[in-house]
Design a protein around this ligand. Structure first.
Ligand SMILES: Cc1cc2nc3c(=O)[nH]c(=O)nc-3n(C[C@H](O)[C@H](O)[C@H](O)COP(=O)(O)O)c2cc1C
Length: 194
């Protein structure tokens, strides 16, 4: 089987570039993802699903609080992708200087975006290297952004100086994910009753 080809073909399934934010105690943080999807076709049951690698700081913030802010980004936000997606918030305040407010659930909601949603996790699945979070969407809104930022657009317009850190981060994440991928444990979400 041609695994390199399956990886390339699976890239066609990618969703827009999004910023995921969370608050835990006094700490606010945000990261970048290109794997958020709409998870309901029912207009009065709006849902989204995201997956976050376990080695990202935001992962534990969402796992522990069950809440996150989700922002579809626009093509004017390359700087934010670098700010939130290239380094971890473990040792720094990545949202310092990023205009935002706290939503009804306490999640940081960014002023600049294409659209934003405040989400409450209703179920989760252990995927080995990552956790998939299924969430109800609460407060939401359309931001000022024009054109939605897609992974293909991002790759095409990534400033040359960012190529090296981008590829280095990707390779490091792939190595960590490879190690954890097959270690899948049962996970019962705290809000679920049998
Ligand atoms: C374009 C792009 C897409 C990304 N997609 C994901 C993703 O789907 N899931 C994930 O866990 N990390 C993804 N990342 C990596 C995180 O954003 C990155 O590791 C970030 O520094 C994590 O921050 P944190 O440790 O503060 O949570 C992506 C990064 C970029 C630049």
């Amino acid at each position: 089987m041609d695994l390199a080809q399956s990886y390339e073909l699976l890239r066609s399934l990618t969703a827009p570039v999004v910023a995921i934010t969370a608050t835990r105690g006094a700490k606010r943080n945000g990261m970048i993802s290109d794997a958020a999807v709409r998870a309901s076709i029912v207009p009065d049951v709006p849902r989204a699903a995201i997956f976050i690698h376990k080695f990202n700081y935001t992962h534990d913030m969402v796992l522990e609080t069950g809440r996150f802010g989700l922002h579809v980004l626009h093509t004017g936000q390359l700087g934010l992708v670098e700010q939130l997606g290239f380094v971890s918030g473990r040792d720094r305040d990545k949202l310092a200087g990023v205009p935002h407010r706290l939503g009804a659930l306490g999640c940081p909601l960014l002023e600049d975006c294409w659209a934003w949603f405040e989400c409450r996790v209703i179920n989760a699945m252990d995927a080995g290297s990552s956790t998939w979070f299924l969430a109800d969407v609460g407060e939401h809104g359309r931001g000022p952004g024009g054109e939605i930022l897609t992974p293909a657009w991002l790759r095409e317009h990534l400033p040359p100086a960012w190529q090296e850190p981008y590829l280095k981060n990707l390779a490091a994440a792939q190595a960590k994910a490879r190690e954890l991928s097959r270690d899948i444990q049962p996970l019962v979400w705290k809000g679920l009753t049998t």
